[in-house]
Design a protein around this ligand. Structure first.
Ligand code: NAI
Ligand code: NA
Length: 397
């Protein structure tokens, strides 16, 4: 069939297999253009492996370090006449490339928050890999059913304590407007922590430790975000920030629990990027379009793959101590947070409106990246061609 984008706000209901495949190949080629990661991981579990930072982590492990990878994700398989989700096609493309390169790659599609998927993943690792030496935790989800209580929780993106009013942009039309978001209730805060906090990460690591599938010296990393003062009321000091505070605190607990096997739990604070998760957060798309413009002008713009390549090469596997901030976090958002970059974004923010954004912001870059997430507007792909929407993931268990 010929597949066209069907956009509904910050989601696209269709995805293009050839575009997704090209995106994955481009990321693989980027990793191959870099030198191999010395002392990199050998057997890796990526939880949230099909898109964004998780996919980039899987690609970097496989093609930068020849690692065997197991990916866990929650994606919609295609059916005749009905395209699957982007993460499905990304994984199909990744596993095809990995298998062609002689690399072990298998995946599990299902709810990572459930006991069932944890058990299934652990059984697979036990049987086929024995143990893993790196566990990447890269889930982004609007809901979670807690397996211990059976309660389903929904996260919200709201400020805490007071109404937040600021500028935002509709990244499809370029219209800048003001939005006000009411503060979250205590219950909404608690629910957001349930979904995006660290409890599930700890459950994964506990279950894996219990089953003896974590190698001696194992490293586990979860991704966090901080961002500037500009977005802090809706992000870092809002509901999602509370969840990230919890995630970061959980890193210390997991770290203690891994001491017996010389393991480490780490947080990596990553850069703001266009992903399915971040495009749903108000204000952030405007910030990102000003940030992209500024970082591109400075020659320091990075996407997920560049971020994760640098994380592996210069932080996790740098052959020496892993540099962290005063809260023990790896900072790969260092270029985003550079004072000169933030001063420039602040200056642009003050004058940003529908008219000025056309020249001071990188809305085209934002919009293009958003379309790319779903395999659209990828250079070199013929979108008029008939493609087979039913694509299999070769390593699916
Ligand atoms: P994403 O939306 O691209 O990826 C989310 C992944 O989680 C996908 O593989 C998806 O299939 C999987 N997933 C979601 N619910 C699941 C479930 N119930 N069971 C199994 N898999 C499930 O998101 P992104 O942006 O890569 O986010 C990953 C992490 O990085 C998050 O913790 C996010 O907060 C963090 N981060 C994101 C930044 C950004 O600007 N996008 C910046 C810094 C950190
Ligand atoms: Na991810």
């Amino acid at each position: 069939m010929v597949i066209e984008p069907k956009i509904r706000g910050f989601i696209c209901l269709t995805a293009h297999p050839a575009g997704c495949e090209q995106n994955v190949i481009n990321q693989i080629n980027y990793i191959k253009s870099k030198k191999a990661i010395d002392g990199g991981p050998a057997k890796v579990l990526v939880i949230g492996a099909s898109t964004g930072f998780g996919l980039a982590s899987r690609i970097t492990s496989a093609f930068g370090s020849d690692a065997a990878t197991v990916g866990v994700y929650f994606e919609k398989p295609p059916a005749p006449g009905k395209p699957g989700s982007a993460g499905w096609y990304n994984t199909a493309a990744f596993e095809k490339q990995a298998h062609d390169a002689g690399l072990y790659a298998k995946s599990i599609n299902g709810d990572a928050f459930s006991d069932e998927i944890k058990e299934k993943t652990i059984a697979l690792i036990k049987k086929e890999l024995g143990q893993v030496d790196l566990v990447i935790y890269s889930l982004a989800s609007p809901r979670r059913t807690n397996p211990k209580t059976g309660v389903a929780h929904n996260s919200v993106i709201k400020p805490i304590g007071e109404v937040f009013t600021n500028k935002t942009v509709d990244f499809h039309t370029g219209v800048v407007s003001e939005i006000s978001i009411n503060p979250a209730t205590e219950e909404e805060i608690a629910n957001t922590v349930e979904v995006m906090g660290g409890e599930d990460w700890a459950m994964w690591i506990d279950a894996m430790k219990e089953a003896n599938v974590l190698a001696n010296g194992v490293v586990t990393v979860a991704y966090s975000y901080i961002g500037p003062a500009l977005t802090e009321k809706v992000y870092r000091k809002g509901t999602i920030g509370r969840a990230k505070d919890h995630l970061e605190a959980t890193a210390f607990e997991i770290n203690d629990s891994l001491k017996a096997i010389d393991g480490k739990a780490l947080i990596s604070v990553n850069k703001a990027l266009v992903t399915q998760a971040s495009s749903a957060i108000p204000v952030i798309p405007l910030y990102i379009s000003l940030l992209y413009k500024t970082m591109k002008a400075e020659g320091i713009h990075e996407g997920c793959i560049e971020q994760i390549q640098r994380l592996f090469e210069q932080r996790l596997y740098n052959g020496s101590t892993i540099p962290t901030d005063d809260k023990g976090r790896i900072r790969i958002d260092d270029w985003e947070m550079r004072p000169d970059v933030q001063a420039k974004v602040d200056e642009l923010w003050k004058i940003a409106d529908t008219e000025s954004l056309k020249s001071i912001g990188d809305l085209a870059g934002y919009h293009g990246d958003f379309m790319n997430l779903f395999g659209f507007e990828v250079p070199g792909v013929d979108y008029t061609a008939d493609v087979n929407e039913v694509v299999e993931v070769s390593g699916l268990v």
